[in-house]
Every structure is written in C-alpha cells, then in structure tokens.
Design a protein around this ligand. Sequence first.
Ligand code: SF4
Length: 448
Amino acid sequence: MRIYIETYGCQMNDYDSRMVTSMLAAAGHASETDPRRADAVIVNTCSVRERAEDRVLGRLRQLTGLMKPDAVLGVIGCVAQRMADDLLSSAHGVDFVVGTDQYERLPEAVANAHAGSRSVSTRVVREQTYDARPSPTEASICDFVSVMRGCDNYCSYCIVPYVRGRERSRPLDRVLDETRSLIELGARDVTFIGQNVNSYLDGDVDFAGLLRAANDVPGLARIRFATSHPKDLSDAVIDAVAGLDNVCEHVHLPVQSGSDTILEAMNRSYTRDDYLALVEKLRARVPGVAVTTDVIVGFPGETEEDYRATVSLMDEVRFDSAFMFRYSVRAGTRAAKLTDDVPEEMKLARLESVISLQRSVTEEINRRLVGTVQEVLVEGPSEKDESLLFGKTGTSKVVVFDGQTATVGGLEPVLITEASAWTLRGTHAPGGGKTRAEKDLAGSGGPR
Ligand code: SF4
C-alpha cells in the first residue's frame, strides 16, 4: 500500500515517524507524499498543549475530506495514547489508533483497517524501546537518534509521562549501531534525543558513558543532545562536554521559572539558586558553552514578584536563546487541578516581555561574534538564497555564508561579518581556521 504520514510536535515524533516508515517499508508498504493518493493516511500527533490537540482533530476532518474513498485513516502518537476511544468513536472517520508503545502493530492495524476492521492498540509496554526496528535507510547531515523514551519527572504541567510512559533507556550497542548506520548514510552531526537524556542508564553506562562511546564513532563530527533536566546534569556529563572533541558546547537546560514558589508548584525539583549554581559550574568548566532554555510564564499562582524573578534570572544568566510559552491548562496533569488564575492578557503581556528581553540578549551575544572565525558544519544551500550555504556552529548557531569552495558535510571556517538574533552571516575563510582558544572565547552568552 502507499502510506502517507503527517507529523506534529517534537523531535521525538519526527524520529518516531521515520521509524514507523521503516517498519511499514519492511512490511512491503511504500511512502506516499500526497494524502489524496494514499491507501492509508497516518497522523502522528502531539498532545503537549490543548491547542495542539484541537489542531490535530481539525486536521483529521480535513483529511477525511480529501482522502480516496477506500483509503483508511489512522492516528498515532500522544493524542492517540491519551484519547484513543474518543478518536475511534468520534466522527473523525478514524479506522485505527495506535499508541506510543505499540508501533510494531501498525502494519497489522493498517491491513485490518483495509479489511474493514477498526482497532485500538494503546497498551503501555514498560520496556518498549523499539530495538527490533529495521536499520535506517536514509540520513540527513544533521540527524537524530533516540536514546531513551518516557519520563519519570512528572512536572505538574506536563502530559508527557502520561502519554509516553515511564523512563527506559535503549541498549548502548543499539544506539551506537544506529549512529554508525546514519554515518554510513551521510550524517555528520547526530543529536541524541529523549525527554530527559541525562537519566540515561544501560547497565552501568550512564549518559556521560554514552557520550564517551559515541565520541569514538568514526566519521561523527558533531554530537548534540536534548533535553537535559537540571536535576540530572551531572559533573560527569559536564566533563564530557568539556573534554570530548566531538561533543558540542551547547546544553539545552529548561529552567521554566525563576521563582522558587513556582518551581515547587511545577514539581521541578530544584531551586533558583541550584539552577544558577549549575550554570555557573557549567560555564566555568566549559568556557564558551551555549546555554539555552525553556520558560513558562503565567503558571497558576504566578504573582508579579514571581514573574519578576523569572525576568531577573533570564537577565542574570543571559541565555543564548530560549523557547518561551504562556501556561495553558493540560487536562490530565496535576497542575490542571490548580486554579488558572493569571488572566490571559497578563500571560500574553508577560510572554511578550520575556520574548523581547531574550531577543535583545541573543542579538547582543551574536553581535559579539562579528569578526571571529567560527567552525561551521555545512548542511547545504541556504533556503532563502541558493547561492549561499548554511550550517551550524558547535554552539548551535545558524550561519549563512558565501562559500563557493566549502564542502557540504564538512567542517569549514567562516569569518562572521554580520549578526542578528536569528542568524549569523559570513564568508568562507579557508586557512582562517579557529584555534581552541578562539573556540573557547567565542560564541556564547553569559554575563556581560
Ligand atoms: S522533564 Fe518534566 S517537562 Fe520534561 S518531559 Fe518530563 S515531565 Fe515533561
């Protein structure tokens, strides 16, 4: 059958869609890029916010309107795990629902649906890490490998532990096998993903051990990882970032709030001072490290003082960049029992103000790179101007540059000539390669 997959949400969902594609291909099915021509349409869904779920339900209606009359429709991912029976009983024309631990059953669900029998498979499988899956058949220069699934942290606003289950780590050898396969297929930069990669553990191999093992994989130029939980960022992981040549100097470290009262209500398991001390230790141990974060404003009970604490923390830490959100109630989470008492317009005002603060900080940090030579892993032609190339620095900054002689997939020295909050611009500077000292000094945030 020709199968069309549409993906919403996080990197883990993108990764799962690629994994599901290889499972269906192993069962003899082909990928289809147009839902109107597909025999089966699968929507991989995100449940992180109510709006994300509403969007998916709206899209299901649209898809049923444009699919072939005999095509079948399936829902997978976090909404499937959370709302299985509603989806099947609803008027969305859904034929099968497969939860986040049951993807191996997809070929059967598609076949059954085509034979007229609708199905739901959402049983949680404690150990499920999909390590029997087929090896990847294609790769991008910058690619992803999941090292673990699920999360045990139960932050009070988050639905993930309820839809992705408890934490489980993939066997190290499977992670390395997949990484090697991607390198053979052309990848040069791999991000290890998981909801909380720092709590990775396979036997006595922890996340620092995984980074050390991956650092020796031939052909792997850059290693990145996301997402880290501050309570689990160990000295060993910090030492790995400091000492391993291929591990990038970038740590994504969600703080969420600068107020101890709100951090406690969020069940984040650290205080403002813990977080500041951790960032200080990280920067002392890894000079030039980029630190990025996630921030939520307008959490239930957030006073003006709590909000000011978030602003002052962002001003003190000076993150390289941040994902910023206003709180929205997530049915099924512990925080949903709290009164959502911050008015929407106040949430919006607080969000706009942290966004504008962060934009000016990011711009100032990027401007400090003008005149330096950055080592860029070249990913290909710039989308906006095909005569230019683009890539990323070790600190995850996007660089667009003029590089006729630069090699796609190669590490190239680029002289930075311009900077904005989003992009660095420059010219290829063969021979202008960066020294380790320049590498340490350039490209990061931190105090002025
Ligand atoms: S660490 Fe917290 S926010 Fe992140 S996935 Fe786990 S429960 Fe959700």
